[in-house]
Design a protein. Structure first.
Ligand SMILES: Nc1ncnc2c1ncn2[C@@H]1O[C@H](COP(=O)(O)OP(=O)(O)OP(=O)(O)O)[C@@H](O)[C@H]1O
Length: 557
């Protein structure tokens, strides 16, 4: 329940529309109850009066037509407003969760077992489960409770004992049965959420690693993982459906008992004399009671999904309430231009094993510096600290004299363009991918950046040029071409500082040498910090430093 409260803000934003949907659902049910009640009374009264008798058909038949019209219009409005509110809520919830996810992104897989498949599942299935809570569970139970008690109050004047039975039945089907169903649906609900996350993770892993799995002969294991997760999901869903079906059965049993009670007390009150209950009126009350309990079935089925919604809310709250390791200062300082300074920086993922142990470095504006060193020594860690994806445990990093912890991360990231080993090609065209670096860039600027990354000839040879669709993760490009496109994107960015983390990995030797030879021209006037294993041609950078034992030492250029 605490987890559900974490989402009160997005729900509160849509409260007006949700309340209107609730009112329209109540009007729909009220019209349905009235329609059945009046029809029952009318048909019985007509039958009893017989053909040729004096009976006012006009009033009741007008009421039947009016109520059925009201029911149609109210149902239409309820569907329209309810779905509009729910779809709006869905968008708000996704945005709410995604906003919370962004500052966590660099840390999601550190110390927690959140895989990309699991996070996708939270953003889709978990948000969906939470989103439908109002329409499928809360609205039916509330409307049945309100209108059921209203019918009982009206009935109290005609058949007091029957009214009491109806009131008790309504409380049972609108409160007790849903609460018991919620309780019974909790365990399968948790299992549904966990199993659907595992299905997504297994499918995504299988698709991502399909080639390697096939080459290693491990496709059967991947298939078995998907099959087992799907079987677990089906079993959990069955448990959830069983809880809902048992709830609906309980509603039917209560309805039977209540209607028998109404009939019993009605028949005993049926008699002659002034003000006595007539047969047609009793039939009307019976059918009105029937309409209430008809509407209580969906409330029980909706209640069986509340457990899943609560489990989904708990998984989402774990994301939205997680504190990012790096946070913006309350009052961000301006970020001046100037030298990048690492001042005695110390950093360790594990306190027993420092990765950076007193790194000091000054990179003047416009200088190009390469950092080399063996694999796993801490080069990417150093770059991550400059981008403030983490904070050093001691020492400071300054740009133009300002500690980067005192400036807004967005401002820092506007100043630094990054191309790392993991930089992705996004779903879209060549142009879409380039414009991420500079949304205002024209074709000429795009081709200049492509030329600097040695990809211009290839893009010009494509029938659609810059508008060529690249597919998911740039699947229509070779690995080397994808790297060069990412490089062009970083070069297109107007940021005065460019950080390149292994920019030439996956490039063939000739392209690598060409790129490094062109680096000085391509980045002219900008500061470059490059991490590389490549052999650097003369003039590619101004200085080469070696990271060794947690410190930076000069190395031969
Ligand atoms: N998120 C993390 N959590 C814990 N340890 C980490 C994490 N990231 C890196 N490390 C460890 O920190 C050390 C430095 O890693 P880093 O990626 O900075 O090295 P690198 O010099 O860039 O390596 P490479 O050249 O292979 O990319 C490694 O021993 C690595 O195992």
């Amino acid at each position: 329940m605490h987890a559900l409260l974490a989402f009160r803000k997005p729900f509160a934003r849509r409260a007006g529309r949700l309340a209107l949907a609730l009112v329209l659902a109540a009007v729909t049910l009220a019209a349905g109850i009235g329609l059945l009640g009046v029809s029952g009374w009318f048909i019985t009264a007509c039958a009893l009066a017989g053909a040729g008798s004096m009976f006012n058909f006009l009033g009741p038949s007008a009421m039947v037509r009016g109520l059925s019209l009201l029911r149609i219009v109210a149902r239409y409005g309820e569907r329209l407003v309810g779905h509009d509110a729910t779809l709006g809520l869905l968008a708000d919830l996704r945005a709410f969760v995604f906003r919370a996810l962004i500052p966590l992104a660099p840390f999601l897989t550190r110390g927690r077992d959140w895989t990309s498949g699991d996070i996708v599942s939270r953003l889709t299935a978990d948000v969906d489960a939470l989103d439908t809570l109002f329409l499928t569970a809360i609205t039916p139970a509330l409307t049945v409770l309100l209108l059921g008690l209203a019918v009982a109050a009206l009935m109290a004047g005609a058949i007091p004992a029957a009214a009491l039975v109806v009131a008790c039945g309504v409380v049972i089907v609108a409160i007790v049965v849903p609460l018991v169903t919620v309780r019974r649906g909790r365990k399968p609900g948790r299992a549904v959420v966990a199993a659907s996350a595992e299905v997504r993770a297994a499918v995504l892993d299988g698709l991502d690693g399909h080639t390697d799995l096939a080459a290693l002969g491990a496709l059967d294991e991947a298939r078995e993982r998907v099959r087992a997760a799907s079987a677990a999901l089906s079993a959990a869903r069955l448990g959830q459906i069983r809880a809902g079906a048992d709830g609906a059965l309980a509603v039917q049993v209560v309805a039977g008992v209540v209607l028998t009670g109404v009939l019993w007390f009605g028949l005993t009150g049926l008699g002659a004399g002034e003000g006595a209950l007539s047969g047609p009126v009793l039939v009307g009350w019976l059918l009105a009671g029937f309409a209430i309990f008809e509407a209580a079935g969906p409330a029980a089925r909706g209640a069986s999904r509340v457990g899943a919604a609560m489990a989904a809310a708990a998984r989402l709250a774990a994301l939205t309430e997680a504190k990012p390791v790096v946070r913006d200062p309350q009052r961000p300082a301006a970020l001046p231009d100037g030298a990048i300074v690492f001042d005695d920086v110390r950093f360790a993922y594990d306190p027993a094993r420092p990765v950076l142990d007193g790194v000091s470095l000054t990179v003047s504006p416009g200088e190009r510096v390469a950092i080399v060193g063996p694999s796993g020594i801490g080069k990417s860690t150093l770059v991550n600290l400059l981008l403030r994806l983490d904070d050093p445990q001691a020492g400071a990093i300054r740009i133009g004299g300002a500690d980067i912890r005192d400036v807004a991360q967005a401002e820092l990231h506007r100043r630094i363009a990054l191309m790392s080993q993991d930089t992705p090609v996004f779903l879209g065209s060549v142009r879409d991918n380039l414009l991420i670096g500079d949304p205002a860039a024209d074709d000429a600027a795009c081709f200049r950046a492509l030329a600097a990354a040695r990809l211009e000839g290839f893009v010009r040879s494509l029938p659609s040029g810059l508008d060529t669709w690249l597919g998911e993760a740039g699947r229509t490009l070779s690995v080397g071409q994808a790297r060069r496109l990412c490089l062009a994107r970083a070069l297109l960015s107007p940021a005065p500082v460019i950080v390149l983390d292994e920019p030439t990995s996956s490039l063939d030797h000739e392209t690598e040498s060409g790129f490094l030879a062109d680096l000085a021209t391509a980045t002219q006037g900008r500061t470059v910090v490059m991490v590389t294993h490549a052999h650097l041609p003369h003039g590619a950078v101004d200085r080469v430093l070696k990271l060794d034992g947690g410190r930076l030492l000069p190395a031969a250029a």
